[in-house]
Design a protein around this ligand. Sequence first.
Ligand SMILES: Nc1ncnc2c1ncn2[C@@H]1O[C@H](COP(=O)(O)OP(=O)(O)O)[C@@H](O)[C@H]1O
Ligand SMILES: [Mg+2]
Length: 234
Amino acid sequence: MTQLMIHAAGITKELPLGQHVIHALRGVDMDIYSGEMIGIVGPSGSGKSTLLGIIGGLDTPTQGIIEIDGVNITRMNEDQLTEIRNEKIGFIFQFFNLIPTLTALENVALPIQFARKTRYQPEKRARELLTSLGLPDRLNHRPAELSGGQQQRVAIARALANNPPLLLADEPTGNLDTESGAAVLQALEQIRAEFGTTIVIVTHDRELASRADRVLHLVDGRMVEDEKLKPEAR
Ligand SMILES: Nc1ncnc2c1ncn2[C@@H]1O[C@H](COP(=O)(O)OP(=O)(O)O)[C@@H](O)[C@H]1O
Ligand SMILES: [Mg+2]
């Protein structure tokens, strides 16, 4: 299993700020393989979220090449990127970003209802995912009726709704207490084991980073270290 899931070469991102330009990324090279669990760490402002946004097709680089699952997305337009995101990528955010008026089940079913083509029945799939993430008795709860850790597990189920090969998480435990953070970590490890999903996690959480196969260190828009924590699984 040596398939490349993410290939990034020479990624730069320049952002205009008044009369100045912010160099958010200064030439990042990165290869991530199918089935890997990767941590991205670095000080605040080092470019972690910018990099994750570019990997996920939410943002485009100023320079460089980005390929996802063998597809060069560098010059894609917004419609093409939307399709790549829907087909290949699940996102998890620090503040869960669930729709407050919908139940857990409805939040997870929604991306399946929006999929252009799918082999899933939205409700059935949502129920299965939420059950497998330990929330079988929370299907009809709205986000405000759930704890932070439960909301994040709903968000993980939603990210997995269309069975994407790639899961991207930006500070997924950043807003959780230790115990809820541990449950989220366990959920991510379970997903990787069950579905072989490639998982990239931006985090300040040392425990979370320590469970990755590799930890990539960003400083000031540059990748300064590629730290291997586990022997090659591939
Ligand atoms: N929309 C934006 N406009 C201007 N500057 C931005 C924008 N987004 C991020 N930046 C700047 O880019 C740099 C990297 O930000 P970010 O990727 O959010 O870092 P991190 O996630 O590591 O904290 C920072 O200097 C930040 O202030
Ligand atoms: Mg960030």
